[in-house]
Design a protein around this ligand. Structure first.
Ligand SMILES: Nc1ncnc2c1ncn2[C@@H]1O[C@H](COP(=O)(O)OP(=O)(O)OP(=O)(O)O)[C@@H](O)[C@H]1O
Ligand SMILES: [Mg+2]
Length: 231
């Protein structure tokens, strides 16, 4: 099976004063295959966000290598990392991070503008059917401030999906949603994984979310204690 991402013995240390070294990630190796849906679980401070940030090319490991879609991204400079993010990774955040002055349509279209190489019409032909399939076509011209949390997260999911990334990373995507809305967002992601083969890696504290996800990687104190693989 082809790997969407492969972490080879990565560590991330933070230095808070001379004696205070925090091992946020400590020699972690992990393969996420294309088409897989995986949750990273673990208590607060166990390194979930740090791991997603490494894989998302938002931060670089202190040691070890990260591969995205067969490319070793560990040695890339800031511009090169930014290019990989724009082309290959879709992000979904806990607090949605939509641009408040943009409509739903413009927020999603913006991901394609950053990716580049498309006319406005080509972008529109991708964005509108996607909003429709996520049940938010009627919100296309509305700004995030006039939407519910669940609606905003659907716009963020559309923004992550529209560029057809290798991998979608979601750090606690349901943490700001009530339990009913959380479940509908999880079900939506599971459906996208099963029907479209989209690769998801998400982090969560939420037992309801974790229970619904086929593969669960468990972190504790910066180490993987269970990588969720059979055997
Ligand atoms: N920028 C930073 N500077 C110093 N320490 C950091 C930094 N970022 C994270 N850490 C530390 O690294 C460890 C892992 O943090 P991380 O945010 O990855 O945990 P988490 O599992 O995502 O926690 P939560 O569930 O609370 O989001 C923690 O001890 C945290 O305090
Ligand atoms: Mg976190």
């Amino acid at each position: 099976m082809e790997a969407a991402t492969f972490c080879d013995n990565i560590s991330r240390y933070f230095f808070a004063g001379e004696e205070n070294e925090v091992r946020a990630l400590d020699e972690v190796s992990l393969t996420i295959n294309k088409g897989e849906m995986t949750a990273v679980a673990g208590p607060s401070g166990s390194g979930k966000s740090t791991l997603l940030n490494m894989i998302g090319c938002l931060d670089t490991p202190t040691a070890g290598k990260v591969w995205i879609d067969g490319v070793d991204v560990s040695g890339l400079n800031r511009n090169e990392l930014s290019y990989i993010r724009s082309q290959k990774i879709g992000f979904i955040f806990q607090s949605f991070h939509l641009i408040p002055v943009f409509t739903a349509f413009e927020n999603v279209e913006f991901a394609l503008q950053i990716k580049g190489g498309m006319s406005h019409q080509e972008r529109k032909d991708l964005v509108m059917p996607l909003l429709d399939s996520l049940g938010i076509a009627d919100l296309a011209h509305r700004r995030p401030g006039h939407m519910s949390g669940g609606q905003q997260q659907r716009v963020a999911i559309a923004r992550a999906l529209v560029k057809k990334p290798t991998l979608i990373l979601a750090d606690e995507p349901t943490a700001n949603l009530d339990s009913k809305t959380s479940m509908s967002i999880i079900e939506l992601m599971i459906e996208l994984n099963q029907k479209e083969g989209i690769t998801f890696l998400l982090s969560s504290h939420d037992p309801m979310l974790i229970e619904a996800i086929p593969r669960v990687v468990r972190l504790l104190d910066g180490k993987i204690i269970d990588d969720g693989q059979e055997g």
